[in-house]
Design a binder for this molecule. Structure first.
Ligand code: FNR
Length: 189
C-alpha cells in the first residue's frame, strides 16, 4: 500500500546540500512512498506560554506530522548537533503536554556534510531526542553521507553509482521498516 512520508530538512539555507540529498532520496525511493515536505521555517521560538492557545502555525505543523505515516529527517550537523530551527520544530510538535505528535510515529534519520563523518554526531543527538519523543526509529542501515562537490545535482540526480545504490537500499529498508511498524502500531483514526 501507499505510505505518506513527511520529510523535514534541517537546514533553512537556500543552497542546502541536505535539500539536494532529500531530492535524491525521493528519486530512488520505492514507489509505495508519497512525499511531502514539512516546513518549520515559520514557527516562532517555542515556549510553554503558547500551550494554552496554540498558534495556527503550531497546530498546522503538528497536523502535518500526524497526517504522515512516517517522518524522515534529512539534516545537517551544526556545531556537532542538530540545527536550532529543527530542535525548535521538534519541541513544537511534542507539545502541549499529552499531545506529542511523534508518539508511535516511525522515523528515519539521514544527513550530509562536507566533513568526513557526514553528520554522525548530529544524528546521534537527534536519535536521543526522538527516543524521548517515543518515535520508533529505523536503527539500521545508518547513512552518513560525505558531500563532495557534484555528488548530487540540485534537483537530486546522484552522479556516483555506489552512492546511488546505497541510498536506494536505504530507502528500500526504510519502506520495510515503516511497513513493519505500521503493522503492529497502526495509525490512529
Ligand atoms: C557547520 N558545518 C558543520 N559541518 C559538520 O560536519 N559538523 C559541524 O559540526 C558543523 N558545524 C557547522 C555549524 C554552522 C553554524 C554551520 C553554518 C555549518 C558545515 C556544514 O556541514 C555545511 O555548512 C553544510 O553545507 C550544511 O548543510 P546545509 O545547511 O547546506 O544543508
Amino acid at each position: 500500500s501507499q505510505y505518506k512520508v513527511g520529510y523535514l530538512i534541517g537546514s533553512l539555507a537556500k543552497g542546502s546540500i541536505n535539500r539536494q540529498l532529500a531530492n535524491a532520496l525521493i528519486r530512488v525511493s520505492p514507489k509505495e512512498f508519497e512525499f511531502h515536505e514539512i516546513s518549520f521555517k515559520d514557527l516562532p521560538l517555542y515556549s510553554y506560554d503558547y500551550d494554552a492557545d496554540y498558534p495556527p502555525e503550531g497546530k498546522a505543523f503538528k497536523k502535518a506530522i500526524e497526517d504522515s505515516d512516517a517522518v524522515l529527517f534529512v539534516t545537517p550537523e551544526y556545531n556537532r548537533s542538530i540545527p536550532g530551527g529543527l530542535k525548535n520544530a521538534i519541541d513544537w510538535a511534542s507539545r502541549p503536554w499529552g499531545t506529542n505528535s511523534f508518539a508511535h510515529k516511525p522515523s528515519g534519520v539521514i544527513g550530509t556534510s562536507p566533513g568526513a563523518i557526514g553528520t554522525a554526531v548530529a544524528q546521534q543527538q537527534l536519535r536521543s531526542v526522538l527516543s524521548f519523543c517515543n518515535s520508533p526509529q529505523m536503527n539500521a542501515p545508518e547513512a552518513y553521507i560525505q558531500f563532495k562537490p557534484g555528488l548530487i545535482t540540485p534537483d537530486g540526480e546522484i552522479t556516483d553509482a555506489g552512492t546511488e545504490e546505497f541510498l536506494r537500499n536505504y530507502m528500500a529498508e526504510f519502506h520495510q521498516f515503516v511497513r513493519r511498524v505500521l503493522t503492529v502500531l497502526p495509525r490512529k483514526g
